[in-house]
Design a protein around this ligand. Structure first.
Ligand code: SF4
Length: 168
């Protein structure tokens, strides 16, 4: 057991992700009709092995506290309004991330009559994370890169304020 833990710790150190500026991004994830493959990889990114918190990436429960609206799935017609409400609830500056090929409009999944052509049909997409599903390193790499955008990394320990629409 000890050897296994040591091996995992060494492997983790070898995953060389770029460090963002000193700060953090808080992510509000919304499943807009995915097959759950992208959620599985996102969960792995946040888990103890990949540990995205060490890069300043955190999942938050409310869009009112989020810097990034992180969306998976092709956006079903029934989720369109929920995404618009979540986006309106976020404080500025805010970003939208499309996670996975479905969210990017590849049209892989479902009946085209029941979903839109990806997140871009509803909201402006700032961060595009390709893959079906993207692996944890790809997810973390794109989100860390977003922290390089001027004004988007939140100084650590500073809560979000603002948002002007319905609660999330
Ligand atoms: S991109 Fe692939 S894994 Fe992600 S929701 Fe679509 S089909 Fe599922």
């Amino acid at each position: 057991m000890f050897l296994l833990l040591r091996h995992l710790a060494r492997q983790r150190r070898e995953i060389a992700l770029p460090r963002g500026p000193r700060g953090s991004l808080h992510l509000r994830h919304v499943d807009a009709g995915s097959c759950n493959g992208c959620e599985h990889e996102l969960q792995a990114t946040a888990g103890p092995f990949h540990d995205m918190q060490r890069f300043g990436l955190f999942i938050t429960a409310s869009p009112r506290h989020a810097d990034v609206l992180l969306i998976t799935g092709p956006v079903t017609t029934r989720m369109r309004h929920a995404l618009e409400v979540a986006y309106a609830s976020m404080p500025e500056p805010r970003l939208v991330a499309a996670l996975g090929d479905c969210a990017l409009g590849c049209g892989l999944l479902g009946d085209p009559r029941e979903h839109l052509n990806g997140v871009g049909d509803v909201l402006p997409v700032d961060i595009r994370i390709p893959g079906c599903p993207p692996d944890p390193e790809t997810i973390a790499r794109h989100l860390v890169a977003a922290m390089e955008r001027p004004g988007h990394a939140r100084p650590r320990g500073v809560p979000a304020t603002g948002g002007d629409a319905a609660p999330g």
